[in-house]
Design a protein around this ligand. Structure first.
Ligand code: ADP
Length: 455
């Protein structure tokens, strides 16, 4: 069942229940009111008749019958019977009918003094009249044709009203449910038109305030992130191919040069040295790409454990210095940690060491003195590692892009590198719920600060 039909059905059921309940209530209140009013009339009639008979000497039974039959208030099938203490009928308002009465009923009246009951389709009241030591039982009955036909009319009106009300409710329910779900249908159509080829398309955000507006805004956010991810992927592939093409082209031209004419042994050696350096660059690039691919692939599933950031930093320093002994790395504590745990973070040792290695390597690589100064500081929430150098610096425009894969600032082109390291570092720090900030000035130096929440 569609949501529209479900809403319409629920709405109709609720309104129908309310309508039925109200109709039944109105009918029963009216029926009770009619019955009570009619019983009251019958009692008055019985009392008046017995008073005329007993208290007014001038009125005899014949005159009373004539009065009874000709009053304006005379009712259909009306009967007034009066019995004495020995259940003898002493007055009957009708002559031509056989009169049935029930001794038990008369006894009941004597006990309860007043009863309201039915006889056939007629309402019947019995009252005990006590005057001057005489106990008379008056039975008064009639058929309330006027009241009952009014009640029939009411039932008919309520029935048709109910039917009409229900039809209108169902119609309105379907209409309004359709109206309120129309924006969803529109969103649905727009979403189904979005494919990997047109991710730049956005949903109509309507008034941006109601639930559907919010849904469209959130969906557009997801689309934006998806588009960025696709874009990054595309850039990654094109950058990777470009990076691979350059050393391959260099390799080819070296080989062509070597083949053009017979070479002397020193010339051969020169060509081979060039080939070796280009091949090294290729190997190093493929290793970086492989590392990037593996890191991104497994980054979500690496094991985490409490590790000391300063220990990792010293490990990275040792590793880097053993590979590049010309570098100088100075590590200082800005403040003595209040507690041991202030440098303890929950993380992956291998990944965090990779971040430190990259930052230290960059600092030494991009500064003429090949020196990196590291400061460790802590507060009650974070452990910070700031890697500072007095190197070439980064311009404001380049700073926006250095965390993108393969991006290299123009002033860094003369140095070795592929522009992959910082993009990996950024993802690793993000995974550790930390932050990365860069403070840099061209020709003066740079400071890369990593903040990690400690345990
Ligand atoms: P790579 O160093 O291999 O080029 P990275 O991803 O580590 O790749 O760095 C990206 C870019 O950021 C570098 O090409 C460079 O332009 C800039 N950069 C990074 N660290 C420094 C630094 N310490 N000083 C100046 N520029 C830097």
């Amino acid at each position: 069942m569609t949501i529209r039909n479900r809403i319409a059905l629920q709405f109709s059921l609720i309104v129908a229940s309310i309508l039925v309940a109200f109709s039944v209530l109105i009918y029963f209140v009216s029926a009770t009111y009619r019955r009570e009013e009619f019983y009251e009339r019958l009692k008055n009639k019985g009392r008046t008749t017995v008073r005329f008979l007993v208290e007014v000497k001038e009125v005899d039974q014949e005159l009373l019958k004539i009065i009874d039959r000709n009053t304006l208030t005379a009712l259909i099938d009306e009967k007034v019977l009066i019995f004495d203490a020995h259940n003898r009928l002493i007055y009957s308002s009708v002559d031509d009918q056989v009169i049935h009465y029930n001794a038990r009923l008369l006894e009941e009246v004597r006990q309860q003094k007043e009863i309201e009951t039915f006889s056939g389709g007629n309402e019947l009241v019995g009252i005990l009249y006590q005057q001057n030591g005489r106990d008379l039982v008056v039975l008064s009955s009639a058929y309330d044709q006027f009241g009952k036909s009014k009640l029939d009319n009411l039932r008919l009106t309520l029935g048709w009203g109910l039917l009409g009300g229900l039809s209108i409710t169902i119609g309105l329910g379907v209409f309004f449910a359709g109206q309120s779900l129309r924006p969803i249908n529109r969103i649905n159509e727009q979403v189904s038109a979005i494919t990997a080829r047109n991710l730049q398309q956005r949903l109509d955000e309507g008034n941006r305030r109601d639930e559907l507006g919010q849904l469209a805004i959130n969906f557009n956010d997801v689309l934006h992130r998806l588009e960025q991810a696709f874009e990054q992927q595309r850039n990654f592939v094109s950058h990777a191919s470009h990076e691979l093409r350059t050393p391959l082209a260099a390799l080819k031209s070296e080989i062509q040069l070597g083949l053009r004419r017979p070479l002397t042994v020193p010339e051969h050696e020169k060509v081979l040295v060039n080939l070796l350096s280009d091949t090294d660059r290729l190997i190093s690039l493929t290793n970086s790409l492989l590392f990037l691919a593996r890191t991104l692939e497994s980054i979500q599933s690496v094991p985490f454990q409490p590790i000391r950031t300063d220990d990792i930093l010293f490990l990275a320093k040792d590793e880097l210095l053993s590979a590049k002994p010309a570098y100088t790395i100075q590590i200082d504590y800005e403040n003595i940690p209040n507690e041991e745990t202030e440098t303890l973070v929950n993380g992956n040792e291998g990944l965090l060491k990779q971040v430190m290695l990259n930052l230290l390597d960059n600092a030494c690589k991009y500064s003429p003195d090949h020196t990196a100064q590291v400061r460790i500081s802590t507060d009650d929430q974070y452990c910070r590692i700031a890697v500072h150098d007095r190197g070439i610096g980064i311009s404001d425009a380049d700073r926006q892009h250095i965390f993108e894969s393969f991006y290299r600032a123009p002033n860094a082109m003369v140095y070795d590198g592929f522009g992959i390291g910082l993009s990996i570092c950024y993802r690793i720090i993000e995974l550790h719920q930390g932050t990365f900030t860069v403070d840099s000035q061209l020709h003066v130096g740079s400071t890369f600060t990593v903040s990690l929440p400690h345990v």
